[in-house]
Design a protein around this ligand. Structure first.
Ligand code: DLL
Length: 434
């Protein structure tokens, strides 16, 4: 089902006209209501009247995470905080969180709508029982999926994260058909189900809407097989709205970016120049329908590619490739760039290990070292040391041919790596302490 065929299957030229009109209105509004943007537009000598086509987007200034920190908490709000009905926040790695504000209209007409589109992309209808195990609270996952699910008419189970055994009981008893959570928590749920002897057939799950962290095709296959569902990727971020920026349909040929609300661009992260379709670079979004907190050219630091053209599902939105990493999660090990997602891709193809791993960074003198710790499967664990060493060597070799450098590999006991209930923490950086 397509939730809103008018906008989702619109002729791209017609959509471009709509985008230009909405962009111009947003720039006009920010010019009046947000001094920070007014100053930056003035510096560049650009005003709403200069926005004549989508190409003019490139003349607008970027907004960065640092800009949000500098204007914390309400400096980039386009309405007074009392006109907002909700706040969400993302924790950020250091210091103050990033705050996003929503008017009632933002929640009902933009956010719930785009989430309903995403759930429909994942095969959802009003007949579904939607088990929502994204965290409720300041994190956008829980309440974001919740409002979209209700708008669609699903029976929403606001489970939030944690207490996995109870979640499984609820899913079984209530006949949940859609599971929403992070992919790493989906794996935790699959493990717990296996421990409790709950076969996927006892659950009625047909699809999963998984996002909020990087995951690989291998993780998708593993979750699909172990939970007996079709896994769909969902992407979004607090600064833009939360989840609901893009979602993957049955074709699984990229995530449809709902660009009648959020215009995507791919730029070269070093020069800031826009890149042609199909090239990999940093994703940038401009919000053109939000009232409270519409950011212009927000630099996400997420790496992807955009592809234009109609999808076999009939939607005409551009599609973004699954996120392969962030410009700031790239590790540089002895001069070689390594993304955690490349390591996950390799590990998930090795039968003898489980999809639970951690990357430990240490420093010796001036050299950074990376050790990949991965859980050996319970069946292998009792095996002789020689066999375990052979598995370690196999992983080392596969990683070396994929990454171009040799990294340390250590097999660890089953269940020794902490299970995630939200976003998994994959990288343990011990370099400061060394
Ligand atoms: O993670 C919003 C969300 C909730 C998305 C539920 C999907 C599902 P933040 O906490 O602000 O918001 O984190 C945003 O998470 O910039 C990406 O780096 C990463 N991320 C989000 N979705 C994906 C995904 C939510 N599907 C940051 N694949 C983003 C890879 C993702 N990374």
């Amino acid at each position: 089902m397509i939730w809103d065929p008018y906008y989702e299957c619109m002729d791209p030229e017609q959509r471009a006209e709509l985008q230009v009109r909405r962009l111009r209105e947003t720039v006009a509004r920010l010019n009046v209501s947000v001094p920070w943007y007014r100053d930056r537009f003035a510096d560049r000598g650009i005003g709403p009247e200069d926005i004549k086509s989508l190409d003019d987007l490139r003349h607008l200034p970027f907004t960065t995470k640092d800009d949000l920190r500098d204007t914390y908490p309400f400096g980039l709000f386009a309405v007074p905080p009392e006109e907002c009905v909700r706040i969400h926040a993302s924790s950020g790695t250091t210091g103050k969180p990033i705050i996003g504000g929503y008017t009632r209209e933002d929640i009902n007409s933009v956010w719930a709508e785009t989430i309903a589109r995403t759930i429909a992309c994942g095969g959802g209808t009003s007949h579904d029982v939607l088990h929502n195990a994204y965290g409720y609270g300041l994190f956008t996952g829980g309440l974001g999926l919740h409002y979209g699910g209700e708008l669609m008419g699903c029976l929403v189970i606001p489970a939030s994260g944690g207490n996995t055994e109870r979640q499984l009981m609820l899913m079984e008893d209530l006949g949940s058909t859609i599971l929403c959570c992070t992919p790493s928590y989906a794996l935790t749920i699959a493990d717990t189900a296996a421990d409790l002897g709950i076969d996927p057939d006892r659950l009625k799950l047909k699809s999963g809407i998984f996002g909020a962290e990087v995951w690989s095709e291998g993780a998708r296959e593993s979750i699909e097989e172990r939970l007996g569902l079709s896994a769909h990727d969902i992407y979004g971020l607090t600064e833009v709205i939360g989840p609901g920026v893009a979602g993957e349909c049955e074709a699984k040929a990229g995530l449809h970016v709902f660009d009648d609300h959020f215009i995507p661009e791919i730029i070269d992260p070093d020069s800031g120049e826009p890149l042609p379709p199909g090239e990999a670079g940093e994703l940038v979004f401009t919000c053109i329908t939000k009232r409270a907190f519409p950011l212009i050219r927000f630099r996400t630091r997420d790496i992807s590619r955009l592809q234009y053209g109609k999808c076999e599902c009939g939607r005409t939105h551009p599609r973004m490739e699954r996120i392969t990493g962030r410009t700031d999660d790239m590790l540089i090990i002895r001069g070689v760039n390594v993304f955690p997602s490349q390591i996950e891709e390799v590990l998930l193809q090795i039968e003898e290990v489980e999809p639970h791993y951690q990357l430990v960074l240490t420093r010796e003198g001036r050299l950074d070292n990376l050790e990949v710790q991965v859980e050996v499967s319970p069946a292998m664990f009792s095996d002789e040391v020689r066999k375990l060493e052979a598995i370690e060597e196999k992983i080392r070799e596969r990683l070396s041919s994929s990454l171009g450098i040799r990294v340390g590999v250590k097999l660890v006991e089953p269940k020794s790596i902490e299970r995630s209930i939200g976003k998994a923490k994959r990288v343990i950086d011990m370099r400061e302490e060394a």
